[in-house]
Write a protein that binds this ligand. Structure first.
Ligand code: CU
Length: 319
């Protein structure tokens, strides 16, 4: 589990697609089969392979809860399937015509009908209770400590730290962008984090509840970071929201998850989770850089006036 965390992030290239973008269903089948075999073996590398095909646990409270829910419901479904198939196979084998079985010919049985209605209702209610609890938690934005507005564009993201006057664009890293060009001569396999790297990543503090406001400025995009368990549409004219609290530091990668046009596959998301003090230092740096960028313009605007004042004073002193 730890191997895929940290600087490596939690994101691998989607398995059925190779680096040249050719759909390879056999890859997926092979990997799923390998994972199945490995899982049946029960060894620890097996779990790594299993996590390739399963939903990931992620690094936030919500992602873990969603994973838990997903596994709970999976095992309930497995138990139901085993029970139903066991009864079916037993019945077919035991009460077959060649063994002299005679079919019953009643057409109503209130007791049976009540049983096959009540049991599924109980199972569904049993699944709905934890699911509803998680859904409520996902939508609970109270107590957020940092608000970031995310705007989707064709084909980049803008991040605005609304309370701190910091905003910037995040676009595909130059190395990936060069390699993706037709006849670039660059082997995409030689590019680290190909199509999953940006110039300016989103930076957030560890262990803080971050509220993300999501919108778009042209078409519908979707902001998705699998390790945070969260994905929301970015819709022009609407503001969606989600929250996450990353428990681990590291680099976490995601992608636009709504087909948004020609370069949909070239607007990745990179989130860097830093300890609070490092985050504070980063934020100060950003604010200072913004001020420095704003100051020369202000100086040039005021400069002629200042020169005039100085010249006038000199003249006044000389007289
Ligand atoms: Cu997009």
């Amino acid at each position: 589990m730890t191997a895929r965390r940290g600087s490596g992030g939690g994101w691998r290239r989607p398995s059925p697609v190779n680096v040249t973008g050719v759909f390879q269903p056999m890859n997926m089948v092979k990997r799923a089969f390998a994972a199945g075999v490995a899982f049946a073996g029960g060894a620890s590398p097996a779990m790594a392979a299993w996590s390739d095909v399963n939903l990931r646990v992620g690094v936030t409270e919500l992602s873990r809860e969603i994973y838990g829910l997903h596994m709970l419901i999976l095992w309930i479904c497995v138990a139901i399937a085993v029970a139903v198939f066991a009864v079916m196979i037993y019945s077919i084998a035991t009460f077959r015509k060649s063994k002299g079985a005679v079919p019953a010919n009643f057409d109503h049985n209130t007791k049976a009908e009540v049983i096959w209605t009540v049991i599924p209702v109980l199972i569904l209610v049993g699944m709905a209770i934890p699911a509803a609890r998680t859904l409520v938690k996902i939508d609970d934005m109270r107590g957020s400590e940092l608000t970031i507005k995310v705007t989707g564009y064709q084909w980049k993201w803008q991040y605005e730290y609304v309370d701190h006057g910091v905003s910037f664009y995040s676009t595909l890293a130059r190395t990936s962008d060069e390699a993706r060009q037709v006849d670039s001569g660059v082997d995409p396999r030689s590019v680290e984090n190909y199509l999953l790297e940006v110039d300016n990543p989103l930076v957030v503090p560890q262990g803080r509840k971050v509220r993300v406001l999501i919108t778009a400025n042209d078409v519908i995009h979707a902001w998705w970071v699998p390790d945070f368990g969260m994905k929301k549409d970015a819709i022009p004219g609407f503001i969606n929201e989600l929250w996450f609290r990353a428990d681990e530091t590291g680099v976490f990668r995601g992608q636009c998850a709504e087909l948004c046009g020609r370069d949909h596959g070239f607007m990745p998301i990179v989130v860097v989770v830093k300890p609070q003090d490092e985050y504070d230092a980063w934020l100060k740096e950003q604010q200072a850089a913004r001020q420095a960028a704003a100051t020369p313009a202000a100086q040039t605007a005021q400069a002629p006036q200042q020169v005039d004042t100085v010249a006038a004073l000199r003249v006044a002193n000389a007289e």
